[in-house]
Design a protein around this ligand. Structure first.
Ligand code: FAD
Length: 553
């Protein structure tokens, strides 16, 4: 059996390696047009920052072997041809035309795998081709940025796009003492993956570290001098920049598939079935060049992630060696670190859930990541989203200095298995003070939503509260923390009344019966108590501020 793989990245090499493990006799060739096969692209920002010292570290195995051509030949008997480009596919003859060392050649296949990855979305504005403008998606980009930093003085950089890669790159450059500004078209960072109030936490965090963030801002042109970028014009303002990173997303690289007449999806990815087989049964495709099914909506989504590309590779490796493995789809689970804080998400955001026709109900659980009396705890905020009708968990987002990954992963698994908030509330999670509270955030958030669904609690999100207050609605904001806490920090710009929880029972006559009352505290525990007290005492319009002051926008 002859197997040819185009693309020596995560999906391609995983497919080749899996195929080898299942079939010792197959002849397997991987074609890679770049110089660096098996590059851990996700580590590029850490290389730019200097945290990872050598680009070859991003190609190493745990035991320190560099996964180059020789490694693949010796260890796996896979022929990896670097600096070799696949030019076209002759599907009738089952042959791939390649260009290597300036010479054209041809490889025959029984099965062909397209793992051609993605390419950066181009920004069509004046001056975009000037020197000093990059996208950080390849080893070559990372090397050029590093070289520029070492040889030229870079005082200011502009990053266009406030997504995951833009944020990681912002941190890398800020740590190199460059003055960094992120320019984002939408009114928030992480527009595709986080709800506003959770993205605001990320924004505040990076601003504290010195990064400037301009949202609702459009790039108008790059101002250049002698072919080099000098500044970026945005919303009629000039931002000086000797370095610009464009990170407005990537799109599937499909030229090869398209010219071979393979079917593409509406959004332009290579069309594959559940076996990751293209419209030609002898050609498979995976990784960033294909779309996935969103397991919650059943619709196609484009989620170019290394985690998914590796799973695709494994499935393809099975199916080109006689297996029948199926790929079901994704929850768009992702995580990243900015400075000392972590942000992660899974499933649908509240906004996406609404757009997909669900009736979302949410909980935000702020608090320490372990028992509050255990030294060294760090704060996190977890937002949980569920469907009011079915009570099924739809998504989660988390942010904080503390441990968030296990919370996101537990919820990803819950969604994967179709769990409800009732399941979450009773799941048997590990507990000891160094790891979590007795009722972990996951369980706590499940309980908040249960309370809401069972009529024990009405929430109001920070975004909704702000919108209604700004629209002039007369809501009674009741902060139930101590006077000392209230004086130190409170919601600014609106009239807020302070009655500490310990006094509330005796001061109920100070509260209006006809107005909507919103209870507020630091992390939601006291405001929940207050809301229940008021509801039990016959106040009819009581709301509790979701996420409390810890998530106030
Ligand atoms: P790639 O890894 O891009 O490999 C495709 C390969 O195909 C390329 O090497 C290309 O040169 C080659 N190729 C294309 N056309 C041809 C041709 N005609 N002939 C020969 N070779 C060809 N994902 C996460 O899950 N977590 C993260 O934290 C994360 N961080 C990231 C940070 C950065 C800065 C970047 C850029 C990406 C990050 N990703 C992350 C995404 C992840 O890197 C990609 O999803 C993953 O690399 C996709 O793997 P792939 O095999 O589909 O494509």
């Amino acid at each position: 059996r002859e197997i040819v793989v185009v693309g020596g990245g995560a999906a391609g090499l995983k497919a080749a390696s899996r195929a080898r493990r299942r079939d010792e006799e197959a002849e397997i060739t991987v074609i890679e047009k770049g110089e660096y096969p098996s590059l851990g692209r996700c580590g590029l920002p850490y290389y730019v920052e200097g945290f990872v010292h050598d680009i070859s570290n991003l190609m190493e195995t745990l035991s320190g072997d560099v996964r180059d051509e020789e490694y693949f030949k010796k260890v796996k008997n896979i022929n990896v041809l670097t600096k070799t480009e696949a030019l076209s596919i002759d599907r009738k003859r089952k042959a791939v035309k390649i260009s290597r060392n300036g010479r054209d050649d041809e490889l025959n296949y029984d099965y062909l795998v397209l793992a051609t990855g993605a390419k950066p979305v181009r920004l069509s504005v004046k001056g975009v081709d000037a020197d000093g403008i990059f996208s950080l998606t390849s080893a070559e980009d990372a090397l050029k940025i590093t070289e520029m930093w070492m040889n030229e003085s870079i005082e200011s950089a502009v990053i266009i796009g406030g997504g995951l890669i833009g944020l990681e790159t912002a941190e890398a450059l800020e740590r190199l003492d460059i003055d960094v500004t992120i320019v984002e078209l939408k009114n928030q960072l992480l527009w595709n993956s986080f709800d506003f109030e959770m993205a605001e936490l990320v924004r505040k965090c990076i601003i504290r570290e010195g990064v400037k963030v301009l949202t609702s801002t459009t790039v108008q042109e790059f101002i250049t001098e002698d072919g080099k970028v000098k500044a970026v014009r945005v919303n009629e303002k000039i931002l000086p920049a000797e370095l610009v990173i464009i990170s407005i997303g990537v799109e599937p690289r499909t030229e090869l598939a398209e010219s071979a007449g393979l079917e593409l999806t509406e959004k332009g990815a290579i069309k594959v079935n559940e076996y990751l087989q293209t419209s030609d049964p002898f050609i498979y495709a995976g990784g960033d060049c294909v779309e996935n099914i969103n397991l919650l909506t059943g619709k196609h989504v484009y989620t170019p992630l290394g985690s998914t590309a590796n799973k695709h590779g494994r499935i393809i490796g099975d199916n080109i060696t006689g297996g029948k493995s199926k790929w079901r789809g994704v929850l768009c689970t992702s995580i990243f670190r900015v400075f000392n804080a972590d942000a992660g998400r899974t499933g649908l955001t509240e906004k996406q859930a609404r757009e997909a026709g669900f009736d979302p109900v949410i909980a935000i659980s702020p608090g320490p990541d372990r028992a509050h009396y255990y030294p060294g705890f760090k704060p996190i905020r977890l937002k949980l989203i569920a469907d009011r009708r079915t009570r099924k968990v739809l998504g989660a987002q988390a942010f904080g200095l503390g441990v968030i990954d296990k919370r996101i992963d537990v919820i990803a698994m819950a969604i994967h298995r179709g769990a409800t908030v009732d399941d979450l509330a009773e799941v048997d999670l590990a507990y000891a003070p160094p790891f979590s509270a007795a009722l972990d955030h996951v369980i706590h958030a499940g309980n908040i939503i249960k309370n809401k669904l069972d009529g024990l609690l009405n929430g109001i999100t920070p975004v909704e509260l702000k919108r209604r207050l700004d629209a002039g609605e007369d809501l009674y904001l009741l902060d139930v923390r101590s006077q000392k806490e209230f004086e130190a920090r409170r919601i600014e710009g609106y009239e807020v009344h302070n009655i500490p929880l310990s006094e509330l029972r005796n001061r109920l006559d100070e509260l209006p019966k006809d107005k909507e009352i919103v209870t507020i505290c630091a992390i939601g525990t006291r405001s929940y108590e207050a809301a229940r007290l008021l509801m039990n005492k016959g106040f009819e319009k009581v709301r509790f501020l979701d996420g409390a002051l810890a998530t106030w926008v």
